[in-house]
Design a protein around this ligand. Structure first.
Ligand code: C2O
Ligand code: CU
Ligand code: CU
Length: 496
């Protein structure tokens, strides 16, 4: 009952935002044109699976019966500590007690390990494809030259391997890696290919943050899935062209997870690793927490929030202070609609509480950057398999933009509504971290005033970003709803 009302309210607010009602009519000629481009049966099909508004299925509450799994930290192959081997493989995983599901993973049967780099490291990674299909190894958020980036051009065939090398030049952050083969990204990620990258630096070790991996510093990879009656991930049956959404949440691959913590400040590194679902995270008690980092680094100071929204591939690091919460209540991380994502079990043990610095970083958006003219325009449009960027679908042989290495430009990204209102598209650019200048002309919220590699863009919203590439080569930009990406909502920028 309560939930239904909330959903209805959310639907109404989405309608208003999206301009589905008459608040925001599309010019008649444009409408006609859009309508002309599709015949009636396509229209029918589109409406049926379209994911924009209120039909997003809720997640089942976590029962909390399983302790959260923590990805292992990947050991290096040599003593210098900078040579790694990452294998994409297929395997069986007991997600449900007593049943094996067929899954994909890196260096294991499901998901992947965590790779920990120090700023300044010269890293070498041997990537090996042990799958029986092509894949690529993409390092999401990492500032590397395009030949190490693992986009759709960098196919590693079954049984083959590729060695990449790069220097870690960016600041401390939580990044991730996943496959990127053309037209197959959604399915491979859905089956379990995703892993974490932590970058640490002098700053991240000196600002008093919890850094004990798996004790008070936890990664949380949120992925929703649909399991069939044999408890299998059956992507072709589950697939939705607008982004596959499931009713079953896995965190770090754990079904019905709970997290045991001490009465202390705990750092949660949230990653929305879902194909399409958006999450709005909050505590069930309504208590606040602080956000300390965005996709690509620390915020200048902790930002106090009651909730934080992440669209696919976005990250946020938050600190929850369990020494300050009333632990006689049931505590849990919940989603917008109240579904229980992660119950916490707070042990009685009091820990020494360290102070977190109020000064975390020196991120700045300069006046000069704010005043640069817009030199690239990106228009996101469509739904289902009719998604485009600037009216075009991805073509690996077409370069959409060129930009000079080391030169900051301003890109303006617009999410053009359609006759159903449209939907949020998470827009991602490879090989760099950028700064948000404005959302619809306004300064971005405090918790977006930091390095980003993905931004959510609402229907009819215009976002301006300042972006620079440190390296050369061809990089992708795309919607991170993975089915949209596979359906061609992707373009290429060549950095010269
Ligand atoms: Cu998360 Cu094109 O990538
Ligand atoms: Cu990426
Ligand atoms: Cu999209």
């Amino acid at each position: 009952m309560g939930i239904k009302i909330k959903i209805a309210a959310a639907a109404i607010s989405l309608l208003v935002i999206g301009g589905c009602s008459n608040n925001n009519p599309q010019p008649a000629e444009e409408m006609d044109q859009d309508m002309e481009e599709m015949d009636h049966s396509t229209m029918g099909d589109m409406m049926e699976g379209h994911m924009s508004h209120d039909e997003v299925v809720s997640l089942n509450d976590s029962t909390g019966e399983n302790e959260l799994k923590i990805p292992s930290m990947l050991e290096t192959d040599n003593e210098d500590g900078v040579v790694y081997t990452v294998r994409a493989q297929k395997g069986k995983t007991e997600i449900f007690d007593g049943t094996e599901s067929t899954t994909y993973g890196y260096n294991g049967s499901f998901l992947g390990p965590m790779l920990r780099f120090e700023k300044g490291d010269k890293v070498k990674i041997r990537t090996i494809n042990e799958l029986d299909e092509e894949t690529t190894f993409h390092w999401h958020g990492l500032e590397v030259s395009a030949d190490a980036d693992g986009g759709p051009h960098d196919v590693v065939k079954p049984g083959e391997e590729k060695v990449i090398e790069f220097e870690v030049t960016q600041e401390a952050s939580t990044l991730w890696f996943h496959p990127h083969p053309e037209g197959k990204t959604a399915e491979q990620v859905y089956n379990g290919l995703a892993g974490l990258i932590y970058i640490e630096d002098e700053n991240s070790k000196s600002i008093g943050l919890p850094t004990d991996y798996g004790k008070n510093d936890f990664p949380l990879i949120f992925q929703d899935r649909i399991f069939d009656d044999k408890k299998q991930l059956n992507f072709s049956a589950a697939k939705n062209e607008d982004g596959t959404i499931g009713d079953t949440l896995l965190i770090n691959g754990t079904l019905n997870p709970k997290l045991t913590v001490n009465k202390e400040k705990v750092r949660l590194r949230l990653l929305n690793g879902s194909n399409a679902r958006n999450y709005t995270f909050k505590l069930n008690t309504g208590d606040s927490f602080v956000q300390i980092a965005t996709d690509g680094g620390f915020l200048n100071e902790p930002v106090t929030l009651n909730e934080v929204t992440l669209t696919p591939s976005e990250r946020a690091e938050i600190i929850v202070d369990f020494s300050q919460l009333n632990t006689s209540n049931d505590l849990a991380l919940v989603n917008e609609d109240g579904s229980v994502l992660l119950p916490f079990k707070v042990s009685d043990q009091d820990e020494v509480i360290s102070g977190i610095s109020e000064e975390l970083n020196d991120f700045a958006l300069t006046e000069e950057e704010k005043n640069l003219p817009v030199t690239k325009k990106v228009e996101l449009f469509g739904m289902m398999d009719m998604v485009t960027i600037n009216g075009k679908k991805f073509d690996p042989d077409r370069i959409d933009f060129t930009q000079q290495q080391g030169v900051t430009e301003v890109w303006e990204i617009y999410n053009k509504p359609d006759m159903m209102g449209g939907m949020i598209h998470p827009f991602h650019i490879h090989g760099t971290q950028f700064k948000i200048i404005s959302r619809d002309g306004e300064e971005p919220p405090e918790n977006e005033q930091g390095w980003k590699d993905t931004i959510s863009i609402k229907p009819d919203e215009t976002v301006k970003i300042a972006i620079q590439f440190k390296h050369k080569g061809i990089y992708m930009f795309h919607c991170h709803i993975l089915e949209h990406e596979d359906n061609g909502m992707m373009g290429q920028v060549k950095v010269e």
